[in-house]
Design a protein around this ligand. Structure first.
Ligand code: PLP
Length: 500
């Protein structure tokens, strides 16, 4: 049966999966969501006998119903291959009461690789299926990790170009180096003198800009998005929730049907939304613990029912979670209102005009499986330190936010359900913050000295992604102000300058 996608902000239009992937964001500014939720048609036991690619196929075939089996398998096999440094793709590591699902074994050592290594395949296949001949321009805002993962995914992919905007002063040194050394003639990287929300808002504005779209069409180009608002990014993420469960089942840690908890370090709400989608297709999920850093808009939202962005933006040591406007929350809002696009659209409008909205009691009740928590900068550092002391296992700052939130949740609730903590980045990506936490004092050494020390401390080899940036030359040096983002895009694409 064909599954169609709808716009969270209305209209009767129904898109196929490939059309929704191509378009990314709807013209109304809404996101595409599946009209209904299919169910896994293999038992968890059967899935536990498959490898990552097998599980990924079983999940994605339910959502991408207009792809043939051959097309989907080609996408999956092209993505989850030797670019990952472990055959398991997403290993589970047990440490101190929980399982850490390591999603950082791809090309850029953050979990964004899980989706961005497959998105270019899904996108180019979608273009072919729909007889689209335009050059696809990927426009992306990044809080640090998406950018590099998207660049790596799209570099030198025929028929595509990619432009990445990142907050010039809002990413780690390693993150920045990873991006500005990116190779590939179709790649551009621009630092913005604003924060991530500024970058994201600027990109969204360009998507909604008719004149820009027309000028691009005139040059045979069309926009698409690699941000987690694209359904082609969201759905591949559903796979690893199912995969983690089936590994616990295969290892006899749980019985088929037992519900387990997932703890997700959250920023744009894409990762944890994929967990909800996994639950909706039949995965036994108990609690979804939504872990925030000091930018705890989501924590306050789940506690009070009011989403309020009228607050200061805090730069933390978990920069990929420094977000006030969590785009993917819109999908949860829409579903919790009973797939009510009008209701959702009015709340989103209110957010835009007043900086806040409040959901109804019924909507709040529909979100009862989400447990919010947050960790301060001190909590996060202490968690890295404690876990290392007890087990020798070293986690990154984002994972530590989740781990800290879980430690407190478990102590306060007494909930001993088996729990998977989603580990979203390699500690090497945030080596300075990680080693400062391990040693209990600020680390002033050179980044690469710290990395050498981390490798010794954690007793793991440096990932190739780090070795690469030690010597790669900087290829991208553009910096612009938030207001000039479109000007930069026009200049890069050879489009006429904006009228003033
Ligand atoms: C992007 C990112 C997150 C946040 O994920 P969302 O899907 O935006 O909620 C957490 N940790 C790391 C390391 C990330 O790169």
């Amino acid at each position: 049966m064909e599954l169609f996608y709808r716009d969270t902000r209305g209209g009767d239009k129904e898109l196929t999966a490939s059309q929704a992937i191509l378009q990314g964001l709807s013209e109304s500014g809404g996101l595409f969501v599946p009209k209904t939720f299919p169910k896994l048609d293999k038992s968890l036991k059967e899935l536990s006998e498959m490898d990552y690619r097998g599980v990924a196929y079983e999940v994605m075939k339910l959502f991408f119903t207009d792809f043939t089996k051959e097309e989907l398998l080609a996408c999956i096999n092209g993505a989850y291959d030797a670019k990952f440094d472990t055959e398991e793709i997403a290993p589970l590591v047990y440490a101190d009461h929980a399982y850490y699902l390591e999603l950082f074994h791809g090309a850029t050592i953050a979990f964004k690789d899980m989706a961005l290594s497959i998105l270019p395949h899904l996108l180019t296949t979608s273009a072919k299926k729909n007889n689209r001949k335009e050059e696809i321009v990927i426009l992306t805002a990044t809080s640090g990790d998406t950018g590099k993962a998207a660049l790596a995914g799209f570099a030198n992919v025929p028929g595509t170009r990619i432009i990445v905007f990142y907050p010039k002063h809002g990413v780690s040194r390693i993150q920045e180096l990873q991006m500005v050394t990116q190779k590939g003639d179709n790649t551009s990287v621009i630092g913005v003198t604003g924060n991530f929300d500024d970058c994201q808002t600027g990109v969204k504005k360009m998507f909604g800009d008719k004149k820009l779209r027309e000028d691009m069409a005139g040059k045979g180009m069309t926009f698409s998005s690699a941000n987690s608002i694209n359904i082609g990014r969201l759905i591949p993420q559903v796979a690893y929730y199912v995969f983690a469960y089936t590994r616990l089942l295969a290892d006899g840690r749980i019985q088929e049907g037992d519900a387990i908890n997932y703890v997700v370090p959250t920023g744009n709400f894409g990762n944890i939304l994929a967990c909800l989608y996994a639950k909706k297709i039949g995965l036994p999920v108990a609690k979804m613990i939504c872990a925030s850093n000091e930018n705890k808009v989501l924590y306050d939202f789940f506690k009070t029912g009011t989403y309020d962005i009228r607050r200061d933006f805090i730069l933390t040591n978990s920069p990929s979670m420094d977000i006030l406007i969590s785009s993917n929350l819109e999908r949860l809002i829409y579903h919790s209102a009973g797939d009510d696009a009008a209701k959702n659209a009015s709340l989103m409008k209110q957010l835009q005009t007043e900086g806040l909205y409040t959901i109804t009691d019924d909507m709040k009740a529909a979100m009862a499986d989400f447990i919010p928590g947050f960790a301060t900068e001190a909590d996060t550092a202490e968690e890295i330190h404690t876990l290392y002391d007890r087990t020798g296992y070293v986690i990154d700052t984002h994972t530590a936010v989740a781990s800290s939130v879980y430690r407190r949740y478990r102590a306060e609730s007494g909930d001993n359900t088996e729990t998977v903590i989603v580990s979203t980045a390699s500690p090497f990506k945030f080596a300075r913050s990680v080693m400062s936490a391990v040693n209990g004092k600020d680390d002033t050494r050179d980044d690469f000295e710290i990395i050498d020390d981390l490798a010794k401390t954690a007793n793991v080899t440096e990932p190739p992604a780090i070795t690469e940036i030690r010597t790669s030359p900087v290829r991208h040096e553009r910096v612009c102000e938030t207001a000039d983002m479109q000007k930069e895009v026009r200049s890069l694409l050879g489009l006429p300058a904006m009228e003033v």
